[in-house]
Write a new protein. Sequence first.
Length: 256
Amino acid sequence: MHDALASETRVCAYDRPGIDWSAPVHRFADSTEVSKRLFKLLTVAGVEGPKILLGMSAGGVYVREYYKNHPGDITGMVLIDSSHEQQAFRLPPRVTRTISMDTILINTCRLFQPIGVVRGLGIMEGYIDPDLDEVTKQSLLARLNQSHYCSSIYWEQQSFSDEVSDELPPDSLGELPLLVLSQGEEPKAMGDDFTLEQAIAQAEIWDTLQDELMNLSSKSQRVIAYESGHLIQNDQPDLVIEEVQKFIRKLQSGVE
């Protein structure tokens, strides 16, 4: 995706603290701090001029916070199945229970990863897509097995849980050109504890949340990826590339 979009305009991507090759930060960091970090990074890197912010999942909350604090040179925004500031209490209980279990697992991992237990037992290998080529697998495994990885994820989860438990709705984006890409695959049952009816109810709520994000701007459009789950960039990368390229061209030509 990065290289394909770079054929249209300059593309800058970065690793969050403790993820891949970025240095870890073992403490709480709210969206305001994440926004400050991104601003500092762009400043140090000398990235100037008009910018389009693109955020996927949790990144959607963070780019909206960045725009609130630094709206001056932002000309557009793309949200890819973005999180919503009120999702913690609007999504079904099973989703929040799953997140809680993930937190317990990550907390356990962060205690044992620094002493080599996680690497020794090959735990991270179970989280890697078996269809990836061997070079990509080994590169990903090396990053996941870094001694600080689970700790970084733990602190990120702790910080982010507050960002999606807000009583207030997301802030308006005014007339900022906005593209919202949302998952749209058919809901499926997942065992006895998550029936098809529950899956449908969850999908309907998520669809409502995505509509609310679209309505944050008076100059917005929404595209539904009908063959994708949450990771649209993995399930339908060509769709993401095509829609973002069209969005970029509209902004470059002055057409909204």
